[in-house]
Design a protein around this ligand. Structure first.
Ligand SMILES: [Zn+2]
Ligand SMILES: [Zn+2]
Length: 425
């Protein structure tokens, strides 16, 4: 394996409170030294003006394989991850068949190894066949390598199943990730319930559908001592519930997706299905609520909920089109443009939500540039100005609401396990 010296970059590693201009030596796939001098390394990267960060982690990605390869495959999804600056992703189990057995976990790992792009960690089903009735074989799935559990795509509707999921996962110190939605409150819903939905004549999904389930899950986590992670928080009220739960010591963490801090329900005036996601784009006050949660640390993680859908599916009329957008290739630019440059977050705080925080929640040996750690590195050009062009996506799908957006900040070189896997220079 070639040795790589990254020189002159601003190295920001929130896991060790590091933020200074220095050089990093990568040797034998590991972080080997700081302040190293050029000394016959195979590759020298001049990172002047660049940010050198631990490889980014996206803990919420839908790779669609097996079963919906027309939307995405493990090969194309991991290519999209690299181009977005991600060296590790966690994939969701709502595939066909769902990831609810040792064999299915092994299949994903095998395909990821064959693709040989970024690291793929598997989040397995809470319930057998993701049917919401019977607990999956949690112990066996942990043994196969599952890092967390969820039925995402659907909520864990049954509170007794959720309670037992907390209890079982606690034995293996694994978090339960829930898509918080009371389905009875969102039936036939297309977008956020509010003034805009009323004006457009579209059926609404009330914030209470999310808030009620987040509150329920917090109560169950508190009662069991279980580890609860709230997926794609979209309401200010849910952020508030998480904030209060954390204050009294409940083991709860939370993530927000870039579209929820950048867009509002007003976008639906276009009737473009690329603005249709679940949870839906909310009204302004909620966008402020999740942004405040990012600022005060209530929200631990930024995760994309990358949800590719083939063009013919998204081109259906609004109430028939599936929910979700791709996110891997626009996330970093949106974080820089909408959170860092306006002064909401500084670089170390933003990077923590993309590196050591998701690593801590999923117990991944990633998200750090400590000596001896895996040499997963993302070199970012913080000043790169670029226009989102879906035709350039590595993802198999192009369902993005950000086409044509001018963004600042982009991954330039992405290194996984000491090997350069992506180079935009
Ligand atoms: Zn979800
Ligand atoms: Zn999802």
């Amino acid at each position: 394996m070639p040795n790589i010296l990254i020189q002159n970059g601003r190295v920001i590693d929130p896991s060790q409170g590091l933020d200074r201009v220095t050089s990093v030596l990568l040797r034998d796939g590991k972080v080997a030294a700081y302040d190293a001098e050029p000394n016959g390394q195979d590759t020298i990267i001049d990172a002047a003006g660049r940010i050198v960060a631990p490889g980014l982690i996206d803990m919420h990605v839908h790779l669609r394989e097996p079963g919906r390869e027309e939307d995405e495959t493990i090969a194309t999804g991991t290519a999209a991850a690299l181009s977005g600056g991600f060296t590790s992703i966690a994939c969701m189990p709502n595939t066909e068949p769902p990831i609810d057995s040792q064999g299915s976990v092994e299949f994903i790992k095998g395909q990821a190894a064959r693709a040989d792009r970024c690291n793929v960690f598997v989040v397995a089903c809470v319930s057998k066949n993701r049917a919401g009735e019977e607990l999956a074989e949690i112990g066996q799935l942990v043994e196969a390598g599952a890092v967390a559990f969820t039925d995402d795509g659907s909520p864990i509707a049954n509170p007794e199943l959720m309670r037992r999921a907390f209890e079982y996962c606690l034995m293996f110190d694994k978090p339960v990730l829930n898509h918080a939605e009371i389905l009875e409150l969102t039936e036939h819903g297309v977008m956020h319930e509010g003034l805009t939905a009323m004006l457009l004549g579209l059926s609404g999904m009330p914030p209470a559908a999310e808030d009620v389930m987040v509150s329920r899950d917090i109560a169950l986590a508190e009662a069991t001592g279980g580890r609860y992670h709230v997926m794609h928080v979209s309401t200010g009220s849910a952020v508030d519930a998480v904030r209060r739960a954390k204050a009294r010591g409940v083991r709860v963490t939370a993530e927000v997706a870039p579209h929820h801090f950048t867009l509002t329900d007003e976008s639906l005036r276009s009737f473009d299905s690329n603005f249709k996601m679940n949870p839906p784009l909310r009204a302004k006050g909620h966008v402020k609520g999740v942004t405040d949660g990012l600022i005060d640390g209530t929200i631990d993680v930024i995760a994309t909920d990358h949800a590719p859908h083939a063009k013919e599916k998204k081109m259906q009329e609004l109430d028939r089109a599936p929910f979700g957008i791709v996110g891997l290739e626009t996330a970093l630019g949106l974080v820089v443009t909408k959170l860092i440059n306006p002064g909401h977050l500084d670089w170390p705080t933003a990077l923590a939500k993309l590196t050591c925080n998701p690593a801590r929640i999923l117990h991944l040996p990633k998200g750090t540039l400590q000596i001896g750690a895996d040499a997963d590195v993302t070199i970012i050009n913080p000043a790169a100005r670029w226009t989102v062009d879906p035709a350039e996506f590595r993802s198999k799908s192009t369902n993005t609401p950000f086409a044509g957006w001018e963004l600042t900040g982009r991954a330039e070189v992405v290194i996984v396990g000491g090997r350069i896997k992506f180079d935009r220079r």
